[in-house]
Design a protein around this ligand. Structure first.
Ligand code: UD1
Length: 429
């Protein structure tokens, strides 16, 4: 499958943002830590979520989907704590099941995480966290195995700020004995969302969103009805889509506070930003102005927005530098952009981008989720036709991406074979 698009139309209009994928993945794991029923609303209907739900079903969780964006889970009949299938091996967040099952059953075996190939992505901090809770956690035969006779609260210092390790330790510690303190914790909105969700199940977690999280273990968790926060990265992607196409887009159903770093860079690049209670409007200009950016943990500029701002810099007036401080392999998309006429090169974790007046359509390859989305933005801004291959990466994390873009006036479709692609070309030429 490919996305095929004809660029050049400014995107204009309103777009409704879905629930946050990365929050949802932690929340689904949390949901099975009780034997009561949990209802989760504002669930994004994307591939990663559906893989997680099928993994849960395989271990005995009852999964009902009364609506595309609602799921009803009951984890009282879990019959195994071993989670292994080819799909879970391809995603990153399967590791949340280690924390959740270790907390609930004191034992878990989960296939080693995959996910986007954007760097080494070790899990040593997750293991260190579980071991601090007096579990024995390690890697055996390609599985993450964690076992505890008793989980006891403790101090866990994160050497590196890690979203995944913070959430994972929080999950296990929610049902440990005594207090756990996570120091140098990640402060991302989805860390806070998972903590809020656990608290709504009866957990006692304070300080999520700050550098120190205190988790006072409770005996048991109970059912809840919880709505997931909006997806900060999906919203940011549409805001940059407006910027690069010289458009005027309002992202709706968002939390503006989560968007501060992104808004600040869009303003630096010359866009007008109009903020309301749960919407942000981005009005672009004929030519963006380049900037420098450094990715860092929240509240810094998110690494998951780095390829999207990279595309904007490729089209901006002047030159700029990107410092990627989180993942060491996140600039491969620049080679794809050079096929479209961009003037950009990377050295290590730094990229140098000289803006050009226009990009031209080409056939490019999505190399991971966010880089894939960024190439779509480039295609929508470019002259002529662009095809983006390997879109399964993009479908992992963006709900109805093409449909939402068409709603803003983009000329884009998913095509399955050369015949469909020829038809598209004929129609738009
Ligand atoms: C999550 C997000 C991902 C986002 C990233 C950073 C999910 C499913 N994915 O990934 O989209 O890009 O946060 O915001 O939520 N590290 C270690 N040891 C560990 C764990 C991490 O050294 O045990 C390092 C990583 O290599 C990286 C940094 O810590 O350099 C941050 O990674 P982390 O926040 O853990 O990313 P993920 O949770 O995998």
């Amino acid at each position: 499958m490919q996305y095929i698009m004809k660029g050049g139309n400014p995107l204009v209009g309103d777009v409704l943002i879905s629930g946050a994928k990365n929050a949802a993945l932690g929340i689904l794991a949390a949901a099975v830590m009780t034997d009561d029923t949990v209802i989760i609303d504002n669930l994004p209907d994307v591939q990663d979520i559906n893989v997680m739900l099928s993994a849960l079903e395989e271990i005995g969780v009852s999964v009902e989907r009364p609506d595309r964006h609602v799921v009803k889970l009951n984890g009282s009949n879990i019959h195994t704590v071993r989670v292994d299938n080819e799909y879970i091996r391809q995603m990153r967040a399967g590791y949340y099941l280690v924390g959740a099952l270790l907390g609930k059953y004191r034992h878990a075996e989960v296939a080693l995480p995959g996910g986007c190939n954007i760097g080494q992505r070790p899990i040593d901090l997750h293991l260190k966290g579980f071991n601090s809770l007096h579990a024995k956690a390690g890697i055996e035969h390609g599985m993450v195995v964690a076992d505890a006779t008793e989980l006891r609260g403790s101090h866990v210092y994160m050497d590196v700020v890690s979203v995944g390790a913070t959430i994972n330790v929080m999950l296990a510690a929610a049902l440990a004995h005594g207090d756990t303190f996570i120091e140098n914790a990640a402060r991302e909105p989805h860390v806070v969302d998972v903590a809020n969700m656990l608290n709504s199940m009866g957990a006692n977690i304070r300080g999520a969103g700050t550098e120190t999280i205190r988790i006072r273990g409770v005996e048991r968790l109970h059912g809840t009805d919880y709505s997931i926060i909006p997806d900060q990265i999906e919203a940011g992607t549409f805001m940059f889509a407006a910027a690069v196409t010289r458009g005027d887009v309002t992202v709706k159903n968002i939390i503006p506070k989560h968007m501060e770093a992104i808004c600040s860079k869009l303003k630096d690049m010359g866009c007008e930003i109009v903020e309301d209670d749960d919407t942000i409007r981005v009005v672009s200009r004929p030519r963006l102005i380049s900037c420098n950016v450094r990715t860092s943990p929240y509240p810094g500029f998110p690494t998951d927005m780095q390829p999207q701002i990279g595309v904007a810099m490729c089209l901006a007036e002047g030159s700029g530098i990107i410092n990627e401080s989180i993942f060491e392999n996140r600039f491969k998309y620049l080679d794809e952009l050079t096929k479209m006429g961009a003037d950009a090169k990377a050295k290590g974790m730094t990229a140098f981008i000289r803006g050009v007046e226009r990009l031209t359509g080409a056939e490019v390859n999505a190399l991971d989720l966010r880089a894939g989305a960024a190439l779509v933005l480039a295609g929508l801004a470019a002259d002529g036709i662009t095809t983006v291959n390997n879109i399964h990466y993009i479908l992992r994390g963006y709900e109805n991406f093409d449909e939402k873009l068409r709603g803003l006036g983009a000329v884009i479709e998913i095509v399955k074979d050369p015949k469909e692609s020829r038809k598209f070309r004929l129609r738009v030429s």
